[in-house]
Ligand binder design. Structure first.
Ligand SMILES: Cc1cc2nc3c(=O)[nH]c(=O)nc-3n(C[C@H](O)[C@H](O)[C@H](O)COP(=O)(O)O)c2cc1C
Length: 347
């Protein structure tokens, strides 16, 4: 029988995959730890990397962590493992957001349909204008099914609803623009220097929509801190919402997994996405985001999708920073890369 223990290289590989996930302002609010039995990996929320004014409840933080959990699930399949995920287990000490038991083997490395693994590195937010090419209904159906499998409703909106959501997003963007403290907080996550491991580089920001149809987040402030170009965006933006029945941390973690599952699937099919989160960040616009026809629920995310150029790459923290030892001893942090790292081993 094969050895169910993960090697230090396996653990580093899983942590690197998790770390490639999208996160609010590329804050990467997570860290990873091998489980003490050596057969799994735990994903933790790193609250020192929170964005408190924009995300006071840690909802977006949990969505980001959930996306990292889904990437680890995909990478586990590549290792021939069948992950069993427990969200928010009750543990003494700092409790993880999720524990993935990888002790079982599988012959099906692609349980999510196509091989999603290459999309982990290929996926990026594309804030550029999309073409007017429509998203095929079959692909829309696949995205809906992918989110549903994670317990989340993905709704690709018809024109009237899409315009309603975009108007609310524009209203929230205006409100954020008038909030100097939030603007200052956002600017702390912008990066001009090349040698950076988090935050959003200027190269990853897009233009503003000349016709004001797509309210792309103005990361550099209002008026912009440096000249921002405008371009014509797609005439009818395709917009999707992710909704959950309840609004608890576990729902946020599920949303993150659903978002990443749909986003990786979209990436495999050449469909680009970006996030329009502004309206979710104010309680009243968030409440109004809900589609009255689809009944109760809490909108967690607004996604824009379409065909166009890929988004620019964004930096990530090295595994040496995000992977901690099972014992939690900061002095035995795992080393990164192909070197002789030993700290990723089990306690
Ligand atoms: C909860 C959440 C909220 C986000 N909100 C926005 C947003 O409002 N506007 C935007 O352009 N990108 C948004 N993003 C995308 C992040 O900025 C992006 O994932 C991060 O910078 C990493 O870049 P990447 O997606 O290209 O890997 C959000 C991502 C998450 C997970």
């Amino acid at each position: 029988m094969a050895n169910a223990s993960l090697s230090p290289a396996d653990v580093r590989y899983l942590a690197a995959a998790g770390g490639a996930a999208p996160s609010l302002h590329n804050s990467q609010p997570w860290y990873f730890r091998p489980t003490s039995d050596g057969r799994g990996i735990a994903v933790y929320a790193d609250r020192t990397r929170a964005v408190p004014l924009t995300d006071p409840d840690g909802r977006a933080l949990h969505i980001s962590v959930g996306a990292a959990v889904f990437n680890v699930r995909v990478a586990a399949g590549r290792l021939g493992r069948d992950p069993r995920v427990t969200l928010l287990p009750h543990e003494s000490g700092p409790a993880p957001a999720a524990v993935l038991d990888l002790g079982r083997f599988t012959h099906d490395p692609h349980p999510y349909g196509p091989d999603l693994h290459p999309a982990i590195g290929d996926r990026h937010s594309s804030r550029l204008p999309f073409t007017d090419r429509d998203v095929p209904e079959r692909l829309v159906g696949e995205l809906v099914t992918a989110a549903e499998a994670e317990g989340v409703v993905l709704d690709v909106l018809e024109e009237t609803d899409a315009r309603r959501v975009l108007n609310l997003t524009a209203e929230a963007e205006r409100r954020t623009a008038a909030d100097l403290a939030r603007q200052a907080e956002t600017r702390t996550w912008l990066r001009v220097e090349e040698l950076t491991t988090d935050g959003i580089p200027y190269a990853a920001l897009g233009p503003q929509d000349h016709d004001a149809r797509v309210p792309v987040r103005a990361f550099t402030g209002h008026p912009p801190a440096f000249p921002t170009s405008t371009r014509h965006f797609e005439a009818l933006p395709r917009v999707a919402t992710l909704t959950t029945r309840f609004d608890r941390p576990e729902d946020w973690l599920r949303t993150g997994q659903a978002m990443e599952r749909a986003w990786l699937l979209a990436t495999v099919h050449g469909l680009r996405m970006s996030v329009l989160h502004q309206a979710v960040e104010w309680p009243d616009t968030r409440a109004t985001l809900r589609n009255p026809r689809t009944g109760p629920g809490h909108v967690q995310m607004v996604l824009r999708m379409g065909y166009g150029p890929p988004g620019a790459p964004t930096p990530r923290r090295p595994v040496a920073e995000t992977l901690r030892s099972a014992a939690g001893d900061a002095g035995t942090k795992a080393r990164n890369g192909t070197g002789t790292g030993t700290g990723a081993g089990r306690a």
